[in-house]
Structure formats: structure tokens, C-alpha cells
Write a protein that binds this ligand. Structure first.
Ligand code: SF4
Length: 369
């Protein structure tokens, strides 16, 4: 997208992914299984990988949970982040087990010697630390009711944590400054981006259910991304974390910040619509996202599903392929040309087959390049 310039940030490596320094904006999520049950955790991470998650975080409330890190890592493909609070021994155990990144707030884990031990171990293992400040756990911010003061409190708290690490000569830092309020969050990230160049993990925390949380996250993250702020994102939902990944993809795709996957264009329907487009699109969405490796297809496949021939053919022609509806039929377009006339009962199966065909074409073009 040409309308913003991304802030220049420091480049940090997390496993086989880079955050910041112009690297593609990565999608993160977090498991909600009990990390002590490593098999369930691995199963959920596999679902997240399939949905397009690029970095995954697990919380480690106990040493027993931390002791599962290496087993989990052996069974997944994406970098693994350990979320640790208060207990430096858990952080040390996670590092020893081969975790790729820590989310920890140095000010929360006690004495300077404990922080020093963790920073030294992380540095030796070449793993970064995310300082994740959340308004909910930031007592100083609750003295204020206005968003600017609250944002300043978030930034000041992050800066204090950062300075602890910097004094220990540790600079592989990612920062997040989350609140459940969009104004406070946006102000905090903007303020921080003016002051420091550490890469930013964006999120609107505790955003809510799938419906409300997606809207809130899209608005909040959209404002920041549009302004060039953000190196990695997490959508926080009270839902299956797969939904978080799907939402994050859509947010990035709608800003042209993700050049892979599938983009669906569909009309809102009106009195001209002569097919049950709402049902067709919903069935298509249910089936299409289970196609293996769909999220990795680059450039993205653009599909248009239009109710009639007014805007239909135009949108369908702009897409890689699509269907424009008519009375009991639809015109299938591929690369701008009409290739078939299809009965509405067959739309979904034809569209799924066509997506598979385009994936094959994209893959063979990539292999022969
Ligand atoms: S594309 Fe046709 S059916 Fe769909 S909203 Fe527009 S005019 Fe109505």
C-alpha cells in the first residue's frame, strides 16, 4: 500500500522469523490449552499453523509447563514464545528447553540478580525478550482517566523495563503496549514509536468476542498499521485462537500488508440477486479455509462472488476468478474471460476446484521460476 511509510525499527530474530527492520508483518496467536498437556497444546498449535499463524505463544504458569517446551517445539514448525510472569526459574527452564522468545516483564521477576540471570541466559541462547505492558496490570495508569496520561504510563512502564535490560547490555527487545481501549493503545504506540526503535508487537488486549473483538482489533490495528506502526500483530479474542489468526490475516490483507492467501470479494446482495448468495458464500468460506497450504499461496488468490451482472462481471474480471449471478445460473470468469455457465447448486464445488487449480498453478510457477 502506498499511503504510509513504515517506521524503521530494529530487526529481531525469533526462530526462523524476523520481526522489525522492514520484515513482513508477522501474525501471532496464543494457545489456550493447559501447557502441562503438551499433546493438546501441540494439536492446537498445528491448527494455528494451518490457519496461517507465524509465531505462537504458550503461557507457563509452572515449572511443569516449562518442562514441556522442548517436546512441543519438536512437534511444531513455527517459533515458540514462552509467556512468563514473576518466576525467573520458569524463564530459565524455558530457555534451557529451547524456547525461541520470552515474553516477560523484567520489573515483575524480582531482584536484579534474578533479572541478570535471565537476561544472560537469553543472550547466550540468542533469544529475544518481549516486554509486554498491559494497562490492566499497570497500577500507575489507574490514577488517570484520560487516554493521553494512560498512554504515557504505558510508555513509561515499558521504558523502565527496557532500561533494566539495556543496563545489562541486552538489546534484543520487542515491545507491546496494550490496552482494551483503542485511543489509549494508539496513543501509547505512537508515543513509543517516536522515542525508540525497538520493533512493536501490536494488539488491542481483551478485545472481546469474535464479532466485537474483530471489529475493535481491525479499527485499532488498522489505524496504527496505516500510520506505519507495527511489526507483528496479535488479535486477542475470547474465542478459539484460530479465529484470531483468521482475523489478523484479514486485517493485513485489507491493507495489502499480506501478499499471500485468499481474498474473497462478495456483494451485499439486493433485490436484483437471484441466487442465495449469502448461503453460497458462507458454505464456500467454511470449505475453502480447510484447503491445505492456502495461506501460503503468494501472490494471494482473489475470488469474486457477485449476485448479479450489474457490478458482477466488473469485479469478477478484476479477480483471478469469480462468478457473477443470473437467474438460476452464474457466469464463471477466469483471468477476465467467461469460461463456463454454472447452476447455483454447483457454485461452491466449482469454486473450491478452481481455488485448488490456482494453487497448483501458483506452485508450479514458483517451482519453475
Ligand atoms: S452486485 Fe448486483 S446483486 Fe450484488 S448488490 Fe450489487 S446490484 Fe445487487
Amino acid at each position: 500500500m502506498k499511503f504510509f511509510k513504515r517506521e524503521q525499527t530494529k530487526k529481531i530474530r525469533v526462530g526462523n522469523i524476523f520481526i522489525g527492520g522492514g520484515a513482513p508483518i508477522s501474525i501471532q496467536s496464543m494457545t489456550n490449552t493447559d501447557t502441562k498437556n503438551w499433546k493438546n497444546t501441540v494439536n492446537q498449535i498445528k491448527q494455528l499453523e494451518e490457519a496461517g499463524c507465524e509465531i505462537v505463544r504458550v503461557s507457563l504458569p509452572t515449572i511443569e509447563a516449562a518442562q514441556n517446551i522442548s517436546k512441543i517445539k519438536k512437534n511444531i514448525r513455527i517459533p515458540l514464545v514462552a509467556d512468563v510472569h514473576f518466576d525467573h526459574l520458569i524463564a530459565l527452564c524455558a530457555i534451557e528447553q529451547g524456547v525461541d522468545k520470552l515474553r516477560i516483564n523484567p520489573g515483575n521477576i524480582g531482584s536484579k540478580s534474578k533479572i541478570y540471570t535471565v537476561a544472560k541466559a537469553a543472550k547466550k541462547a540468542h533469544i529475544p525478550i518481549r516486554i509486554g505492558v498491559n494497562l490492566g496490570s499497570l497500577k500507575s495508569a489507574h490514577n488517570f482517566s484520560d487516554s493521553t496520561s494512560r498512554a504515557r504510563s504505558l510508555v513509561n512502564s515499558a521504558t523502565e523495563h527496557i532500561e533494566i535490560l539495556e543496563k545489562l547490555d541486552f538489546y534484543d527487545i520487542v515491545v507491546s503496549l496494550k490496552a482494551s481501549n483503542i485511543e489509549t493503545t494508539v496513543e501509547a504506540y505512537k508515543l513509543f514509536a517516536k522515542k525508540r526503535s525497538y520493533p512493536l508487537h501490536l494488539g488491542i488486549t481483551e478485545a472481546g468476542s469474535v464479532f466485537n473483538g474483530n471489529i475493535k482489533s481491525a479499527v485499532g490495528l488498522g489505524i496504527m498499521l496505516y500510520n506505519g506502526i507495527g511489526d507483528t500483530i496479535r488479535v486477542s479474542l475470547t474465542a478459539d485462537p484460530v479465529e484470531e489468526v483468521r482475523a489478523a490475516y484479514s486485517i493485513l490483507q485489507s491493507l495489502n500488508l499480506k501478499s499471500s492467501g485468499l481474498e474473497i470479494i462478495s456483494c451485499p446482495t439486493c433485490s436484483r440477486t437471484e441466487v442465495d448468495l449469502i448461503k453460497i458464500v458462507s458454505e464456500f468460506e467454511k470449505k475453502v479455509y480447510s484447503i491445505k497450504d492456502l495461506k501460503k499461496i503468494s501472490p494471494p488468490i482473489k475470488v469474486a462472488l457477485m449476485g448479479c451482472v450489474v457490478n458482477g462481471p466488473g469485479e469478477a474480471k478484476d479477480a483471478d476468478f469469480g462468478i457473477a449471478g443470473g437467474k438460476n445460473c452464474g457466469l464463471l470468469f477466469e483471468n477476465g474471460k467467461i469460461v463456463a455457465k454454472i447452476h447455483p447448486d454447483k457454485w461452491v464445488s466449482v469454486l473450491i476446484d478452481t481455488v485448488k487449480k490456482f494453487i497448483k498453478l501458483r506452485n508450479s510457477a514458483k517451482n519453475s521460476a
